[in-house]
Design a protein around this ligand. Structure first.
Ligand SMILES: NC(=O)c1ccc[n+]([C@@H]2O[C@H](COP(=O)([O-])OP(=O)(O)OC[C@H]3O[C@@H](n4cnc5c(N)ncnc54)[C@H](OP(=O)(O)O)[C@@H]3O)[C@@H](O)[C@H]2O)c1
Length: 328
């Protein structure tokens, strides 16, 4: 089969398509013919040599896929050849075929295309984990979602709304119409206003109950300043840098703030399977009934992967950038 490779690590120009060995499935895996995959920021970092592949993970880029089952292992339950599915994967999505444990598979409803389905697993499972498993979102919560127009942000807005909570976001001003349509109750252009003041103003001085953060060090003090009492901050990335110049412990104590970090790729297979099982039961049906949607910004043929990576690096997208691989 063919896959997208890079050698050595570097800029997007290093990406190329070449022959690799076909996947060798274990008894609990299926082999998928990959119709589409989607980009994640981690792909850009890995390509640049800044995201070491965790031990045991597939070194090929790509953290999510949609496609058709073409082979089934002897221990697989509930799936057969010909099923159309999507899945969160631990690398290997930028390839014509991939072996995936059957417990990670989500069966596609009739109304979900491969290109939409490929845009769901990584960002929706990440947002679901952050809101429900980590922050224990409640219907009364105000949820501040930074990078609200990112792939994960567009998923988090919809899931917060579905939980009955009130999502508010930070995003570049020209992306506000899109995030408002998804359900953001207040969109803050962080280039033009101090987000912590806007949050305190919007919540009449109470602050946000949950903050989903991707910016990191430069936002920590402002996040603490606009937290409500008993707030939960979930840190998922450090797009603005990891270091904090100066900060005080006082707000943590005074407001009983919980600060938690997580990366999906460092989780065990068993954890990701449990997360997928909860997501399949509680959230997945809402894609069939139209309550939830994958926000797809652009679809590229996989021959144009370098252009797709450059586009993501430019911060131009609202939602997901998809690569078609074997879309018939
Ligand atoms: N921890 C995990 O398990 C996990 C899982 C998935 C993704 N992530 C991380 O989550 C982040 C979002 O991922 P994604 O794939 O959804 O990203 P994405 O679609 O590429 O969107 C990223 C957006 O973040 C905003 N942004 C970029 N740099 C910023 C900065 N310095 N300050 C403020 N905003 C900034 C930009 O939007 P604006 O134009 O609105 O500024 C940009 O378009 C990435 O860092 C990714 O690595 C973490």
């Amino acid at each position: 089969m063919k896959a997208i490779l890079y050698e050595p690590a570097g800029d997007a120009g290093q990406l190329y398509i070449d022959e690799v060995d076909n996947p060798r499935p274990t008894p609990s895996q299926v082999v998928l013919h990959v119709a589409a995959t989607a980009l994640n920021r981690a792909d850009l970092l890995q390509r640049e040599g800044k995201y070491p592949v965790p031990p045991g993970a597939n070194p090929i880029l790509g953290l999510e896929v949609a496609g058709t089952v073409i082979e089934v292992g002897s221990d697989v339950k509930g799936f057969e050849v010909g099923d159309n599915v999507c899945a969160l994967v631990n690398g290997g999505g930028y390839a014509q075929q991939i072996a995936v444990d059957y417990r990670m598979l989500l069966k596609l409803p009739e109304n979900l295309s491969f290109t939409k389905a490929a845009a769901i697993p990584e960002v929706f499972l990440t947002a679901y984990q952050a809101l429900h498993w980590i922050a224990r979102v409640q219907p009364s919560d105000t949820v501040l979602i930074h990078a609200g127009a990112s792939g994960v942000g567009t998923a988090a807005i919809q899931l917060a709304k579905l939980a009955g909570a009130l999502p508010i976001v930070t995003a570049s001003g020209h992306k506000h119409e899109a995030v408002d349509e998804l359900g953001a109750a207040r969109s803050i252009d962080y280039h033009a206003e101090e987000f912590q003041e806007a949050v305190m103003d919007f919540t009449a001085g109470k602050g946000a109950d949950i903050i989903i953060d991707f910016v990191g060090g430069p936002y920590l003090n402002q996040n603490l300043a606009c937290c409500a009492t008993d707030a939960r901050i979930v840190s998922l990335a450090a797009l603005g840098g990891a270091r904090v110049a100066d900060f005080s412990m006082a707000p943590f104590l005074r407001k009983r703030i919980q600060l938690t970090g997580s990366t999906m790729r460092s989780r065990t297979d068993a954890y990701r399977q449990r997360l997928t099982a909860d997501f399949r039961r509680e959230i997945w049906p809402r894609f069939s009934d139209g309550t939830l949607t994958a926000v797809v910004d652009t679809i590229y043929d996989w021959e144009d992967v370098a252009e797709a990576h450059r586009y993501m690096a430019s911060n131009g997208n609202v939602g997901k950038i998809v690569l078609t691989i074997g879309l018939d």
